[in-house]
Write a protein that binds this ligand. Structure first.
Ligand code: ATP
Ligand code: MG
Length: 414
């Protein structure tokens, strides 16, 4: 009996693992510069939290959530996204009243029951940030610039930033009405769109099946109230002054219901049809809707797997620096303890000096030839050989595995 990773999940190793941790490392650096602190939430939450925040008629809640009952019959869900959990934590720890101005980031696995394909998985990783208690357009612009800088930091520079404003409680209903009227004229809507038309017409614009049919539908920009219009143009002028190129995209709606005003998506041509690398927007009412004090907020999430797919196309993986590999070998079995002690010391010294090395060996009961064959296999650059005669003189042999040369060096000098 053999086992396979469940459908839609994957093991991360080799270059992908290196890329994933480098992406995380870059993100942490950028978040710190912008004053964001890490907030880790549980991987599962009360299922109702997501239903309430993301919205009952969204794809995520209707068909993509992993819901289960625990042994006490509690209805839990594996988190499909990060914002709902962060807002829950923000309220639970009373940050909405005690320390409202919060800038938080998260890194972790998300779960959605989707049809797996390149760039779309059932378990995937997101890096995201939430900027609480700031209704200034500068917060929207900072979040967009931050997401863009993160992509630049790993060599993805051919990106398109799409932005739109979804308006507010005052102007969105008028747009909604106009949309419903217009969609009524579109023939052969898909099954999902027929249902959405009644419950959540904005979502039709995002339909992966029908959206090409909606070329002439009304645009939100024509319905924005004066405040929302001002807000949208302020965000745009801030983006311009930060040198961030963008496209206003009247059809951008996003898949979660909590958004108000600015939404955005960063796309790359490098990853085929799953081209959205990062996305986000403003959600001024969510904290209040989940029981907290009114706290305007804006955030984004970036899909790590998709970003790494795009990075691969730019040759990013070839530029990953790998540590130098050193293999500690023994020509005489009786030097096994000494060799082991040397290997341990070398690792500790490397740790202290922050040197980029990996130490392998020693192994016992293997001929020197086999040990060196192994060193070749793992692409070690050097083999340090402990041999009796040399060791008695305080020396070891250092073999250059590529040049096939060797020199004697005093152990103290290594
Ligand atoms: P899409 O339209 O591609 O389904 P979405 O609107 O569902 O995206 P968000 O919920 O905004 O995406 O998530 C933010 C980012 O997370 C996406 O831009 C994408 O890079 C990534 N992402 C979303 N779903 C998946 C998935 N199933 N597998 C891998 N990455 C994903
Ligand atoms: Mg989706």
């Amino acid at each position: 009996m053999t086992y396979k990773a469940p459908r839609g999940t994957h093991d991360v190793f080799g270059n992908n693992a290196l890329g994933m941790s480098l992406l995380e490392q870059k993100a942490r650096g950028i978040f710190q510069k912008h004053g964001f602190e890490e907030l880790r939430t549980p991987i599962f939450e009360d299922a109702a939290l997501f239903m309430r925040s993301i919205g009952q008629t969204t794809d995520i809640v209707e068909k993509e959530m992993y819901i289960f009952e625990d042994r006490k019959g509690r209805k839990l869900a594996l988190r499909p996204e990060g914002t709902a959990s962060l807002v829950r934590a923000f309220i639970e720890h009373r940050m909405d009243v005690l320390t409202p101005a919060g800038k938080f980031f998260y890194v972790g696995e998300m779960f959605r029951y989707e049809r797996p394909q390149a760039g779309r998985y059932r378990q995937f990783h997101q890096i995201g940030a939430e900027f609480f208690d700031n209704s200034s357009p500068a917060a929207d612009a900072e979040i967009i610039v931050l997401a863009q800088d993160l992509l630049f930091a790993i060599g993805i520079d051919k990106i398109n930033v799409h932005i739109n404003s979804l308006g507010c409680q005052n102007c969105r209903p008028l747009f909604r009405e106009a949309l419903v009227k217009d969609f009524g004229f579109v023939e052969n809507l898909c099954e999902d769109c027929v249902r959405r038309l009644e419950k959540n017409p904005l979502r039709l614009l995002d339909c992966k099946v029908d959206s090409y049919k909606f070329t002439a539908v009304p645009q939100m920009s024509d319905y924005l109230c004066d405040d929302c219009k001002d807000n949208f143009s302020l965000v745009q002028s801030l983006l311009k002054s930060a040198g961030c190129a963008y496209t206003v995209d009247g059809k951008l709606v996003r898949g979660l219901d909590y958004y108000t005003r600015i939404v955005f998506e960063i796309r790359s041509d490098a990853v085929g049809s799953q081209d959205a690398l990062a996305a986000g927007g403003r959600y001024d009412n969510l904290v209040e809707e989940l029981g907290g004090k009114h706290t305007p907020a804006v955030g984004f999430a970036l899909g790590c797997e998709r970003v790494l797919l795009a990075a691969e196309k730019t040759g990013f993986f070839n530029s990953l620096k790998k540590p130098e590999k050193i293999f500690v070998a023994i020509a005489d079995q009786e030097l096994f303890n000494e060799a082991f002690s040397f290997a341990t010391k070398t690792v500790r010294k490397g740790l202290k000096s922050n040197k980029d090395i990996s130490v392998f060996g020693p192994v016992n009961n293997k001929s020197l030839t086999n040990q060196l064959k192994f060193a070749d296999k793992i692409k070690a650059s050097k083999a340090i050989v402990f041999a009796k005669t040399e060791f008695e003189n305080g020396k070891v042999l250092v073999k250059d595995m590529k040049e096939k040369t060797q020199i004697e060096i005093s152990i103290n000098e290594l």
